[in-house]
Design a protein around this ligand. Structure first.
Ligand code: ADP
Length: 305
């Protein structure tokens, strides 16, 4: 393959891409080659996506996957050369042999929010955060992957949508079809992932987009004009069943292992009105992170065997 990388073997296939293990010839280090098929872009190769990724490449952060290189090959497929990270948070959550303690959850949340804060501060939204986009290095560092890509990709075919592209991490403003979204969509997804780490099972697993709204509002209450001015004018808003906001006691019952501060932070990230949701800075300054227990050091976090 061109540009100084060898392709060794296929390691995975996602909705839009095939991923290979490879090596950077000059350094001999392992890299992942993510080949995104041109056909998956809405209008051919999306230059703005490439520009954004090139920009991200310069912004190194220990909690964001390193993008080593980006180029279009002769067949016009977009090739992303990434650091090779063999594990992700979804694998860990799903491996029932692994025990997860509150200090581990705090450590993964801290690393996720630090990576996200770095990207938001630089004007980049993720738009598709979920546990399998949070990759884990052999040293235990969590790194956000697939930044800036989600926006440029078209919808995959119907059949794939239901089980491959997950809607469980979508914020209410996205579900309502809001045109102008903000960094708050990513904070919502992190709040849902926080809940999933505590529950060890997906928090709001909607069966389709309209069920996703029902499941979300059953758990967190239906937004009203009073709590979220303008909500009734959003494109997909129509007469909703009105569920009451859960009481603090109901939340405690749903998350029995959570401390009061953990619940406060989760609720701040899961504010239905995006304007009231905490931003990444407020999340990072939240007293949950300074109360006991201290976050587990990355090297001591549980890893997939
Ligand atoms: P999805 O569409 O499920 O997000 P991707 O297209 O991102 O999946 O990747 C498909 C598979 O390739 C992943 O499930 C993972 O096993 C592997 N993979 C992706 N990125 C990397 C990486 N940087 N290092 C190692 N493996 C990776």
């Amino acid at each position: 393959m061109s540009s100084g990388y060898t392709k060794e073997k296929k390691v995975g296939e996602g909705t839009y891409a095939v991923v290979y293990l490879g090596k950077q010839v000059v350094t001999g280090r392992d890299i992942a080659i993510k080949e995104i098929k041109t056909g998956t872009f809405k209008d051919g190769l999306d230059m703005s996506a490439i520009r954004e990724m090139k920009y991200l490449q310069e912004l190194k952060h220990e909690n964001v996957i390193e993008l080593v290189d980006v180029f279009a090959d002769k067949d016009k497929n977009l090739n992303l050369i990434l650091e090779f990270l063999p594990s992700d948070l979804e694998m860990i959550i799903n491996d029932k042999k692994i025990m997860i303690i509150p200090a581990d959850i705090k450590s993964w949340m801290l690393m996720t929010l630090r990576g996200l804060h770095h990207c938001h501060r630089n004007g980049i939204l993720h738009r598709d955060l979920k546990p399998n986009n949070l990759l884990i290095s052999p040293e235990g560092y969590l790194k956000l992957a697939d930044f800036g890509l989600a926006r440029s990709l078209g919808h995959p075919n119907e059949k794939l949508t239901s089980n491959v592209v997950t809607r469980w991490y979508r914020s209410p403003e996205l579900l309502f079809g809001a045109q102008h979204y903000s960094p708050a969509i990513d904070v919502w997804a992190v709040g849902i992932i926080f809940a999933e780490l505590m529950l060890r099972t997906p928090y709001l697993p909607g069966k389709d987009d309209s069920d996703q709204l029902v499941v979300t509002f059953q758990a967190l209450g239906t937004p009203t004009e009073e709590k979220w001015p303008g909500v009734s004018h959003l494109p997909h808003y129509n007469n909703l069943t009105v569920f009451p906001e859960p009481s603090r006691q109901e939340l405690r019952n749903r998350f029995p292992a959570a401390t009061e501060l953990a619940l406060d932070l989760m609720c701040g990230m899961l504010s239905l009105n995006p304007n009231n949701r905490l931003d990444t800075k407020a999340c990072l300054l939240h007293p949950y992170f300074t109360e006991s227990p201290e976050p587990t050091e990355p090297e001591k976090l549980p890893q997939k065997s």
